[in-house]
Design a protein around this ligand. Structure first.
Ligand code: AMP
Ligand code: MG
Length: 429
């Protein structure tokens, strides 16, 4: 166990953690509907063309492009979606066609019905047209042999539909990560218990539960563990035996009950870091047997911020997901106080201006014990370590909570860059 006395930048912490994360295997094959929110474990290759045949994008008339200049064309039949025209359409002929219906043999162009005058079985085309218009080509969406989804892709509604359109009924997905978590601290009281003098209700187990569920993890809530060395050791052992990840909150700052550190030192390889982020300075990370261990700070906002910024990307990494939440640069309304040194994750509120543009303002009281700040805010305002106070109108980096929950942006993580490290930690001898 090492203790550092300098701040470790968030990027650097993520890089070090990534090097030590376990790589839990395990895949299950599920019916397509069961795969919503799961992580794809195999590439999805198209065995068919989608669409399967050239078809019409409009209700209208299918013709041969070379007939575009003709005075009139004679109507020889109809093509409906699911009921194609069986014959051949020759020169000077046209086929009545509906959206999604197969383009008849011989035709390559569809004229929308609003631009056609019909008299009995004769049609006349009005206006300027081009060969090929209003025709959707076979394989235009997905062509035979094309890899349309890569492993590591989270399966959202669009992906379910995409896979269904290929006729695939079952998919191989990564098994869910199992995450065991508990709280430490004699001041903590669980719901249903009567708090003694000086006790508070344990809220972190509820925020952690929520954030883990949103990540589609299998959660194992082990409750509050008392500050008794044997109880702590037993809890760590049990947790590490059944989970891929062990998560605790509280007890990682200097001056905290020493047996958490002692126990971790005895059971595994755990470092205690001071992360250059605010809120959320103290963090413990390491391995307990095959499990990854994260010890989050106890303050409720710190626990959430370190979860979102450090645990969540790490869990995603363990599942082979390489996307990151959406970050925007938006003008600030009002100012924000900040001291240079650590990266701030201030809580902010997105504001839609009358002209439709988006801005952001701070949520007010930023104390790491004010959990309401997380509830009332809808984004993190991320102020880089070296930044001082920020003024009205300045551009700030914003991470909407909705994108932390959904992570549906598909923005690729930039490769970890050592150049971006501002505070290189020095390990004290
Ligand atoms: P610690 O990180 O253990 O020093 O705790 C920092 C602050 O967070 C203290 O005020 C604790 O009472 C509070 N705290 C620790 N764990 C929890 C929890 N599970 N729920 C709510 N508050 C907590
Ligand atoms: Mg404590």
């Amino acid at each position: 166990m090492k203790e550092t006395n300098t701040f470790l930048p968030v990027d650097e912490a993520l890089r070090r953690i990534a090097e030590q994360l376990p790589n839990p295997q395990g895949v299950e094959q599920l019916a397509l509907r069961e795969c919503l929110g799961r992580i794809l474990a195999e590439p999805i290759t198209s065995a068919i063309n989608v669409p399967g045949h050239d078809n019409s994008a409009m209700d209208g008339y299918a013709i041969r492009g070379e007939d575009l200049g003709a005075e009139s064309l004679s109507l020889i039949g109809e093509s409906f979606a699911g009921h194609p025209f069986e014959g051949e359409c020759g020169p000077g002929q046209a086929v009545r066609i509906m959206t999604g219906a197969m383009i008849p043999s011989g035709c390559d162009t569809v004229i929308m019905q609003e631009e056609v005058e019909r008299e009995g079985d004769s049609i006349r085309i009005i206006g300027e047209h081009k060969t090929g218009e209003n025709v959707r080509l076979a394989g235009e969406d997905m062509a035979i042999g094309e890899v349309v989804l890569q492993p590591g892709k989270r399966l959202d509604p669009a992906e379910l539909g995409l896979i269904a359109s290929l006729g695939i009924a079952e998919v191989r997905v990564r098994r869910r990560l199992r995450v065991a978590f508990f709280s430490t601290g004699d001041e903590l009281c669980s719901l249903g218990e009567v708090p003694k003098e000086g006790q508070i209700y344990d809220s972190n187990r509820y925020t952690l539960y929520g954030m883990l569920k949103r990540l589609d993890a299998e959660v194992i809530d082990m409750g509050v563990i008392a500050d008794i060395p044997e109880a702590i050791e037993q809890a760590f052992n049990e947790a590490a035996a059944m989970a891929d990840v062990v998560l605790t909150s509280g007890g990682v700052s200097v001056g905290d009950a020493d047996y958490v550190k002692q126990t971790l030192d005895k059971l595994g390889r755990v470092d205690f870091w001071k992360i250059a982020m605010k809120p959320g300075k103290p963090l413990a990370f390491g391995r307990l047997g095959n499990a990854a261990f994260f010890g989050l700070p106890g303050n409720p906002v710190s626990a959430m911020a370190t979860f979102y910024q450090i645990v969540q990307p790490s869990l995603r990494h363990m599942q082979g997901v390489e996307t990151q939440p959406l970050r925007l640069r938006l003008p600030l309304i009002g100012g924000l106080k900040k001291r240079p040194g650590r990266t701030d994750f201030q809580r902010g509120i997105l504001v839609r201006e009358a002209d439709g543009s988006l801005k952001v303002r701070g949520r007010g009281h930023q104390g790491s014990h004010i959990l309401r700040s997380m509830s009332e805010a809808d984004c993190f305002i991320i102020l880089p370590a070296e930044s001082g106070n920020v003024g009205e109108g300045e551009l700030v980096e914003v991470e909407p909570f909705i994108s932390l929950v959904g992570e549906a942006t598909g923005i690729k993580k930039p490769p970890p860059s050592r150049a971006a490290v501002f505070f290189r930690p020095k390990i004290k001898a």
